[in-house]
Ligand binder design. Structure first.
Ligand SMILES: Cc1ncc(COP(=O)(O)O)c(C=O)c1O
Length: 432
């Protein structure tokens, strides 16, 4: 691969700081030259193993030839018409595929958009149009995007919401169950009832919105009994259940949608990120009668469901089938979480290892006490890992969780190499 000898990460960082608004964060001071499957090379020729996947976007890896070729072929035919002006078959086919993939024995319809936040915004619009109600109940620690409504839904202030309020009204936050931090399923369900007492009557609530596994919030899994309890409350009061699967969807957890593992089907599901392997497309899929509540012209967007995104998403679905990636997600989850649990026995800084499929996290704390989060250690490990050639991301409301979102197409050898670096970093940073 040709490299410009004048390019360096530090030179590009200087230009970035001068040209790009400082509010746009950057986890690593690295500029990418090229990437392949689960490996990335920077502008200085250094190789990295990618355990971040562009924040859960690359379940099928970087530059997968079938996906690249599908997009190239689409580019040669046409790149844009705006589906609301002139339609194309790939949008309809992708909607058909999502309808078939979503859980629930009822008729479904889909809507395609561009980003995860846009999908969440539209799920809220659809729920409000169907129920004729305004209220939305979201959960503490949840993350739903950076637009004003999705920031309102997000249950973590810094850094996402700081300085940006006021946010749209009629949004309330209940507790998300978290056994490690002392919030039981009953506590969480009771907190929803408390909202009905303190803030808004149940008959004015349109929807509950919940992530099957809180992503930015720290990879905490919503227990099936909690979802069952929430759905019972929803049914009692005519409230819809929205699963925000922007991060959990597209096969990451071992089923196409994580909500397939729920005891009850959600009414609406949002999807984005890995559904198109790096091309910006998102969607809402759900009960046909709910999806049809907004009138013609009420939904859409200039770039919504772009032909390039549709071509990429259909290719992603083919790669999932050809490579058996749902099964692979389970295998990767078991392999990495077993190794990390083994490591936790000798590393008291690891107070929890959790995984749903290949959505894997390790939580770090001080003195082996889960109530003393160690965000500094997480930061040091992430930085040290990058120096040693492994790209990691942290998450969690306290910033003390390291999450693994490695491409599902990564080989066992690469997983082991990455895990080896993580193990070394843990030892080096905990000792320091
Ligand atoms: C659960 C969830 N919802 C919504 C979003 C927002 O998606 P986007 O950044 O594509 O707008 C994210 C992004 O991380 C997410 O994890």
């Amino acid at each position: 691969m040709h490299r410009d000898p004048h390019l360096s990460n530090s030179h590009l960082m200087t230009r970035r700081h001068a040209a790009v608004a400082r509010g746009v964060g950057q986890a690593h001071e690295i500029f990418v030259s090229h990437a392949s499957n689960a490996e990335i090379w920077d502008v200085e020729g250094r190789r990295y193993i990618d355990f971040a996947g562009g924040i859960a976007v690359l379940n099928t890896g970087h530059t997968r030839p079938e996906i690249v070729n599908a997009v190239k072929q689409q580019l040669d035919r046409f790149s844009h018409t705006c589906f609301q002006v002139l339609a194309y078959e790939s949008y309809v086919e992708l909607a058909e595929r999502l309808n078939a993939l979503a859980p629930g024995h009822f008729a479904k319809k889909s809507l395609l958009l561009s980003t995860g936040a846009e999908a969440v915004e539209n799920a809220v619009k659809i729920a409000r149009a169907y129920t004729g109600r305004g209220g939305i109940v979201a959960f503490a620690g949840g993350y739903h995007g950076r637009t004003m409504m999705t920031l309102g839904l997000t249950g973590k202030v810094a850094p996402y919401k700081t300085g940006f309020g006021p946010f749209p009204g009629e949004v309330f936050h209940a507790l998300f169950p978290n056994a490690l931090h002392g919030v039981s399923i009953d506590d969480a369900l009771r907190s929803v009832e408390q909202i009905f007492k303190n803030d808004i009557e149940a008959s004015r609530v349109a929807a509950f919105i919940v992530e099957p596994v809180q992503g930015e919030g720290g990879f905490y899994v919503a227990p099936p009994e909690f979802i069952g309890g929430l759905k019972a409350m929803a049914d009692q009061h005519g409230i819809l259940l929205i699963a925000d699967e922007v991060q959990t969807g597209a096969g990451r957890t071992g089923t196409w949608f994580a909500s397939e593992q729920w005891p009850v089907a959600p009414d609406l599901i949002t999807t984005a990120k890995s559904m198109a392997g790096g091309f910006p497309i998102s969607g809402v899929v759900g009960r046909a009668e709910v999806m049809d509540a907004p009138g013609p012209g009420g939904l859409g967007g200039t770039y919504a469901g772009s032909p390039l995104g549709c071509a990429a998403a259909l290719a992603v679905l083919r790669v999932f089938e050809s490579d058996g990636l749902l099964e692979r997600a389970k295998v990767i989850g078991a392999r990495l979480s077993n190794s990390l649990r083994h490591l936790a026995r000798t590393q008291p800084a690891i107070c929890d290892v959790r995984a749903l499929g290949a959505m894997i996290a390790l939580e770090l704390c001080k003195h082996g006490d889960a109530q003393q989060p160690d965000a500094e250690l997480a930061k040091r490990i992430v930085a040290e890992a990058a120096r040693r050639g492994l790209i990691l991301l942290s998450c969690g409301t306290s910033g003390n969780v390291i999450r693994i979102l490695v491409p599902l197409t990564a080989s066992d050898a690469l997983l082991d190499e990455g895990l080896g670096i993580l193990t070394e970093c843990l030892a080096a940073c905990s000792a320091g």
